[in-house]
Design a binder for this molecule. Structure first.
Ligand code: F58
Length: 834
């Protein structure tokens, strides 16, 4: 029998000013019980774990709402500038633990549930991951949302409420299988549907010029097709509940859910066609990787959420101000990559066609309002759209792009004296590949600030994709190195480490993560180091358990956990890692008497469904794992595991359990990386190239505490320009040669010996990703790690230095820089961040 918790409550007043709520176990136990009873209609005796999860989310949500209302009222009253973060993806993962932790309710909620015999840890596992993103870009948007709330920057995240998020991955006979994801199947306790906040979004149709006496002519777009964008709001609560922002995701609906005429005449399927067509827009997230998905539905998605967000921004502005002239003083719109770049044309349309603002003035407002973040330099990833498709779907926006382009080219030619070649490079229209709209150029032209996501990436942007635009506007490109939120990626995923840190340096780091630096002096304290290592071991045991459950494979937590988790892509070079694994396997077998350091190689990540090479790499990893793990000759010395269905929740278990973090992309190709930061923050040692944010990690952590190898970005560019070939390199490296031959000859794919011939062959000719070129140094560096492992005191010293020196990589710091340099928004204290 469960005693009914006692709690006293004040009688609510008629206003919805937040009620002060007690944070004790009694109060929470009562509130959870109330939710179970009155919101879910269940008694404790019939409640399933899912009901407890819903009840807990709802009870916690009430407390967020208290803070949400307070935050909104404060921002409204102070007329603060708002940041609108437009992103096609928000890879948020689970929210319950994040909310409980940020509200400081971990203990009372745990105790409250315990009263009913319910374990909070198990409840948390039932929440589905909101996987509304592909990888780094989407996860960055989620970290930024949390950091904006934590640093009290008033913000709206705008995106798409996909019914099906990123696909679920299974491995069958070693190969990736994609299955649909269904995160909304049991409802979503965090969201609020705002039926009243809905906008019409047009597609297709015609543009006509309307001339009325005494007024300048104006253009009127009459779309052939219209769908409704309906808002769903999720509150995002910051650290200590100080501030709550809104994530507003749009869902597509038909204007007429059923075509009654068709229905009445007996065409029951036809009656639903329109609603199916409309709803298709937000049905599924494109599992794109770094290749442009060129389908019409993708462009529809982009315009759909851009237009809905802008209409919302404009309407809200006009609720407070009587003109749009001061839009840029009150809102900053950040374009997360080019996916929302059509916003530049759409805002111009709203300002000029709908609100009658004169073109030049509208352009000034537009540029002052927008800024744009670039996340890739890969040519195949840069978004362009065929003119004919763009024109058919968005005729007025196309006209506007032509007009912007005419102004841009005029300025380039007349004021700056650019020649024809340079003009064609800066033009918004690519004339060389069958006339296409270049979204990068559009976003650049329409923004006052353009940023890269690490120092190296930003410099390369200036030299490559935006070389000529940079010459034209040399002040526009700046750097904002990525960061990760320490709440999710340290406090929540590694509570034992946090306890230890707090014992050493006190609790200050929880509010100012840069105070982690104080941990540095404990790196040489043997007793602290041992405790640090004990936490790591416990985290490795937890991961080993997951591996055992999911793969029925035993891995020894005492071995080096060497981990590479991220999207599978040739430039990220999981292939290099697995070749090194095969070479190591050969060596252990041929010299079993040597003193090998035991290692577990862990891989996880998804390949884009149409990316054949990436899928082959997954297959190869699994084939190699099967052979090595079954070979008694290397038992306990080498294990290989591929954990299926990598997602945010799995990452939360993996990051704290790594000894070695693999960040081995071909230099110049990884814009930043953020996994690299999560691993190092949790005390893993990085083996990596001078790429992306690894470069800044080297600066902060120090060369003695990180393992850098391989060609630099410049050397890669030179090698490619000089016609680098892999074969001569392979000839000179017996280890690489033998490993490659065994892969090519079917040692790991006996049922299909030719399976990897072409994959391996790609190294023999142009070796585009410099795998052969970097192999020997990678191998040598791995052996240095093996040796270091034998001196555990030294290893642990280095690991402590890593954690201590990673504070700068907090997304709070990134947000502070955006707020200060680009948005001119947020509290002065945040803008003063250095
Ligand atoms: C990633 N990009 C970068 N794109 O690769 C990574 O270096 C960086 O740290 C991260 O952004 C954050 O800046 C990325 O994740 C995508 O997932 C796109 C999604 C849409 C289609 C094209 C790829």
């Amino acid at each position: 029998a469960i005693a009914k918790p006692q709690a006293t409550r004040k009688v609510p007043r008629a206003t919805n000013n937040p009620l002060p709520r007690a944070n004790d176990t009694d109060t929470l136990a009562l509130e959870i019980l109330e939710k179970l009873t009155y919101s879910l209609g269940k008694t404790t005796s019939v409640a399933r774990m899912h009901d407890w999860m819903d009840a807990t989310c709802l009870a916690v949500r009430d407390r967020i709402i208290d803070h949400w209302i307070a935050s909104t009222q404060k921002v409204t009253k102070e007329h603060s500038k708002r940041v609108c973060y437009l992103s096609m993806e928000f890879l948020i993962g689970r929210l319950l633990r994040d909310a409980i932790n940020n509200l400081g309710l971990s203990e009372p909620v745990k105790q409250a549930l315990a009263r009913y015999g319910v374990d909070l840890d198990l409840v948390e596992l039932l929440e589905p991951d909101a996987a509304l993103g592909n990888g780094g870009l989407g996860r960055l948007a989620a970290c930024f949302m949390e950091s904006m709330a934590s640093t009290e920057v008033p913000a709206f995240g705008y995106g798409i409420r996909y019914v099906h998020g990123f696909f679920r991955q299974e491995i069958a006979d070693g190969a990736q299988v994609e299955l649909p994801e269904d995160w909304l199947a049991h409802g979503n306790p965090w969201e609020f549907e705002r039926r009243e906040t809905a906008y019409e979004i047009g597609f297709g149709g015609k543009v006509t010029m309307v001339e009325e006496p005494g007024r300048p002519p104006r253009y009127v777009w009459r779309p052939a097709e219209r769908v409704l964008a309906v808002a769903f709001d999720t509150p995002i609560v910051g650290w200590r509940g100080k501030h709550v922002n809104t994530l507003r995701l749009w869902s597509a609906q038909a204007l007429d859910p059923i075509l009654l005429d068709a229905f009445n005449s007996g065409d029951h399927i036809g009656a639903l066609l329109e609603s199916n067509r409309a709803e298709a827009i937000t049905r599924v997230l494109y599992p794109a990787d770094s290749h442009q998905a060129g389908q019409e539905l993708r462009l529809r998605q982009e315009f759909f959420f851009s237009s809905a967000s802008l209409q919302d921004i404009v309407r809200r502005h006009l609720q407070t101000y009587d003109s749009l002239d001061n839009l840029a003083d009150k809102v900053a719109i950040q374009l997360n990559d080019t996916h929302p770049a059509v916003s530049v044309a759409e805002l111009m349309r709203l300002l000029v066609d709908i609100h009658g603002i004169e073109w030049d003035k509208a352009w000034e407002i537009t540029q002052a309002t927008f800024s744009y973040t670039n996340h890739t330099l890969l040519p195949e990833a840069l978004e362009t759209w065929p003119i004919h498709l763009f024109e058919r779907l968005l005729p007025r926006q196309m006209q506007i792009i032509y007009a912007i382009n005419a102004d841009l080219i005029r300025h380039a030619r007349l004021d700056k004296g650019l020649d024809d070649g340079q003009i064609s490079a800066v033009s918004l229209i690519d004339e060389n590949n069958g006339r296409r709209v270049r979204m990068g150029q559009l976003a650049f032209a329409g923004s006052h600030a353009v940023n890269g996501v690490s120092a190296l990436h930003t410099e390369l942007m200036k030299e490559t994709v935006f070389r000529d635009l940079h010459r034209l506007y040399p002040e526009r490109i700046e750097n904002k190195t990525n960061g990760v939120t320490p709440r999710r990626w340290l406090f929540e995923c590694n509570p034992d480490l946090c306890k230890l840190i707090e014992e050493a340096i006190g609790p200050g780091f929880r509010d100012n993560i840069e105070l982690l630096a104080e941990l540095d002096k404990f790196a040489d304290d043997a007793s602290f180091r041992d405790k640090f290592a004990a936490v790591k071991l416990a985290n490795k045991q937890r991961l080993a358990k997951v591996v055992e459950e999911r793969l029925a494979t035993y891995v020894d937590p005492k071995a080096i956990f060497d981990i590479q988790v991220k999207r599978i892509h040739e430039y990220k070079r999981q292939f290099l890692n697995i070749i090194e694994t095969v070479a190591l396997y050969d060596q252990i077998r041929s010299s079993p008497h040597l003193d090998w350091t035991p290692r577990v190689k862990v891989f996880a990540g998804k390949a884009a469904p149409s990316y054949q090479e990436a899928k082959q790499i997954i297959h190869l990893i699994n084939d190699v794992a099967r052979v090595i793990n079954a070979d008694p000759a290397v038992r306990n010395l080498l294990k290989v595991v591929f954990i299926p269905n990598y997602n945010v929740s799995l990452a939360e278990i993996i990051m704290p359990a790594a000894d070695v973090s693999e960040q081995i992309s071909t230099a110049g190709l990884e814009a930043s990386g953020t996994g690299n930061m999560k691993f190092a923050l949790n005390g893993a040692l990085t083996i990596g190239t001078l790429d992306g944010a690894n470069v800044e990690m080297l600066e902060h952590i120090g060369a003695d505490n990180i393992f850098i190898f391989g060609l630099t970005a410049e050397e890669v560019a030179n090698a490619r320009a000089n016609g680098h070939m892999g074969q001569p390199v392979i000839e000179r490296q017996p280890l690489l040669r033998a490993a490659l031959e065994s892969i090519e000859n079917g040692v790991f794919s006996e049922n299909d010996p030719g399976r990897y011939r072409s994959l391996a062959g790609s190294l023999r000719d142009r070796d585009w990703w410099m795998i052969a070129a970097d192999f020997q140094e990678y191998w040598n560096t791995q052996r240095r790690l093996d040796e270091l492992w034998l001196d555990r005191a030294k290893w642990n010293t280095m690991a402590v230095h890593n954690t201590a020196r990673m504070g700068w990589f907090s997304s709070d710091r990134s947000i502070g820089e955006y707020a200060r340099d680009i948005w001119k928004a947020g509290p002065k204290s945040i803008q003063a961040i250095s």
